[in-house]
Design a protein around this ligand. Structure first.
Ligand code: AMP
Ligand code: FE
Ligand code: FE
Ligand code: ZN
Length: 280
């Protein structure tokens, strides 16, 4: 049976498993394969692909690119970009650098009420926990847990780290339409992640998704735990109207989130279209 999870994070971004651990867990869970979609980062995967193959798994390289439109954050999954594409590499590096600057500002805000939370402590805790290249609030959440201020990442996001809370600082990221164009230039198949999720800031206006489709968007992620049944129907209708494929993925983050590997999947025909559309 085909079951391919098209949205998975490793500890390179804000997941908690290494890529090798993901491969072992995916094999144990009986998956056909998965796409590694770390935030704003493309890992060197040639070794991991061999390991995946040895487990009978298809490992697809992807990246979940941060974008913003009028203060709203949107995530763009780009499948199989040319990993050597300089423009994309440079832009991902800029986004990662903005992540660190912005997280430092959130830490300073939190520090005013919780003096034990400092940037130095955060850097140390990230090193202890496995050196992410894409630091974000989940890493600060882990420090809040270590300091006994909250019990879980979920509690941190519901309170201290919430985007509507007093400590929040928005992140700079490029425009979603520009990133669709850049992903296409890099040979990738771009898919808008969790377009109707209400767990985050407001979703993108439909007009912007239409413009992304004109710019070369290939699909919309439909099956995601942050989409209700009604959301999924709405995504299907929008995808049909804009001639886009629909995908599914777990958005697994290891022990950092309740999402289970393989809880949502992308069908074989759709995955073959994505692989045919992308060149690398
Ligand atoms: P940031 O990148 O700093 O804006 O933080 C957003 C990241 O936090 C997302 O990529 C998610 O992986 C993670 N996240 C968001 N909400 C939660 C939650 N309730 N529990 C755990 N992780 C979360
Ligand atoms: Fe994440
Ligand atoms: Fe996302
Ligand atoms: Zn994700």
């Amino acid at each position: 049976m085909w079951n391919f999870d098209a949205h998975v994070h490793s500890a390179d971004s804000d997941g908690t498993d290494t890529i090798l651990e993901l491969i072992q867990k995916a094999a144990a869970a009986g998956l056909s394969g998965f796409a590694l979609t770390d935030h704003d980062y493309l890992a060197e995967l040639s070794n991991a692909k061999l390991q995946a193959e040895a487990h009978g798994l298809l490992l697809v390289q992807g990246v979940e690119i941060s974008t913003t439109f009028e203060g709203r954050s949107a995530h763009l999954l780009a499948y199989r970009p040319d990993p050597a594409n300089r423009e994309l590499r440079e832009t991902l590096r800029e986004i990662r650098s903005a992540r660190a600057t912005r997280l430092q500002r959130i830490v300073e805000n939190v520090h005013s009420d919780f003096p034990q939370i400092t940037w130095q402590r955060l850097l140390e805790s990230i090193e202890e926990g496995g050196e992410t290249v894409a630091p974000g609030r989940p890493h600060l959440a882990d420090l809040l847990i270590a300091e006994g201020i909250v019990a879980s990442r979920a509690e941190a996001f519901a309170g201290i780290l919430n985007h509507a809370g007093p400590y929040f600082v928005p992140q700079w990221a490029p425009d979603p339409r520009d990133m669709v164009e850049m992903a296409v230039r890099a040979g990738a198949a771009p898919v808008l992640a969790h377009p109707l999720s209400q767990d985050r800031q407001k979703p993108l206006p439909e007009r912007v998704i239409e413009e992304m489709a004109e710019a070369g968007l290939f699909g919309l992620e439909r099956d995601h735990r942050e989409h209700t049944a009604a959301d999924r129907e709405a995504v299907t209708r929008l995808a049909n109207r804009l001639n886009l494929v629909t995908t599914g993925g777990s958005d697994y983050h290891g022990s950092g989130k309740p999402n289970l590997l393989g809880e949502n999947t992308t069908d074989q025909e759709t995955m073959e279209l994505i692989l045919a559309e992308s060149e690398n």
